[in-house]
Ligand binder design. Structure first.
Ligand code: AHG
Length: 334
């Protein structure tokens, strides 16, 4: 006889977590529900991307001067729409938009959170059916409640994040999010349209076998990074290896794999781009928060990512993230 095993949905989980805090207002649970809803809509479009005229370039550049794909715009609109019409968010910042958007209406001004998003990371992979993802980050406002959110609400260091997460649109669609209480993963059960708990209490293995870096840029990296990559290549069974190089070019997929299986991901600065490619607020801070909560580490090569005081919403940073012992080995490389 089939056993009807209990499944726990994302909403059930966040409400249960809230019950442990009598002072909780439910705003964070509401925000996560809204994010889950928008990502389900994106999931639907991503899954039919090959069938409809939504693939391909939208013919514009985003604020970083990169090509914007149609699905980027769709995803951006979904997250913006859901959060604007929800009751838990005072404003958003998105990798796809020049400036922050402060909702500035009676309900939003009372909301205590702001959100930052990369609505569709890895979008240059859409056309070739490779996993892509959404990354999000949630901060408690520092500005006065009842008034519109301000730029300062968005320019907080990553260690002030209340929650951060990502959605990976891969062989299955998964939402992983972290709070100070831990990291949990939910897989979308398409038959009921719900994210259901599949990866409770995610812990990043202390070490791993994967290193993820764009080898095509090898000679653009600093001597130290080149030496560390060479150490990875020279690993043998005797000293914890051999390592395997895995680089998809879609950070959500690369870091997700390393979070679950153990590994290190690097997007270093380069001779002509000393701050690398990745954005501190939209990509690095959320992942640094998630991976640290899971026991790993994240730095810019000099300091902890979460301690960087941002000065601009679109600033970039070199990024190194992963299993604790592999990060220690990178740091001790001279
Ligand atoms: P994009 O969204 O423009 O496709 O960028 C993806 C990001 C990140 O997810 C990935 O790890 C990195 O850029 C890949 O960049 P390179 O192709 O330069 O390695």
């Amino acid at each position: 006889m089939a056993i009807n095993r209990h499944i726990q949905t994302l909403d059930e989980f966040t409400i249960q977590q809230m019950r442990d805090f009598p002072q909780a207002t439910g705003e964070l649970a509401g925000l996560l529900r809204d994010i889950g809803l928008a990502s389900k809509r994106v999931h639907v479009e991503v899954n039919k991307a090959g069938l409809v005229d939504i693939l391909g370039d939208a013919g514009t550049m985003n604020v970083q001067g990169e090509e914007v794909k149609k699905l980027d715009i769709f995803a951006n609109n979904q997250f913006m729409g859901v959060l604007r019409h929800g009751i838990s968010c005072a404003g958003i910042g998105s990798e796809e938009m020049d400036d922050i958007v402060v909702f500035n209406d009676e309900i939003s001004n009372k909301s205590k959170y702001v959100c930052l998003f990369d609505p569709l990371d890895g979008s240059s992979n859409i056309d070739v059916n490779v996993s892509i993802g959404t990354i999000f980050s949630i901060y408690r406002r520092v500005s006065e409640l009842g008034k519109p959110a301000t730029q300062e609400d968005f320019l907080q260091p990553g260690n002030k994040q209340v929650a951060a997460g990502y959605v990976i649109y891969g062989s299955s669609t998964m939402l992983v999010y972290a709070t100070h209480r831990g990291v949990n993963g939910f897989t979308l059960d398409q038959s009921i349209g719900e994210f259901t708990m599949s990866h409770p209490n995610i812990v990043c293995p202390e070490s791993g076998k994967f290193y993820s870096v764009n080898h095509g840029n090898f000679f653009q990296y600093s001597d130290k990074v080149q030496r560390y990559i060479t150490i990875c290549q020279q690993k043998t069974k005797e000293n914890g290896g051999p390592y395997t190089q895995r680089y998809i070019g879609s950070m959500v997929a690369d870091v997700h794999r390393n979070l679950i299986k153990g590994g290190i991901f690097m997007y270093p600065g380069m001779k002509d781009k000393p701050n690398g490619k990745l954005r501190l607020l939209y990509e690095c801070n959320p992942f640094a928060f998630i991976v640290e909560r899971a026991g790993g580490k994240a730095t810019d090569g000099q300091q902890r990512i979460l301690d960087i005081q941002p000065t601009a919403v679109h600033q970039r940073t070199p990024f190194f993230i992963g299993s604790k012992l592999m990060m220690d080995e990178l740091e001790s490389t001279s």
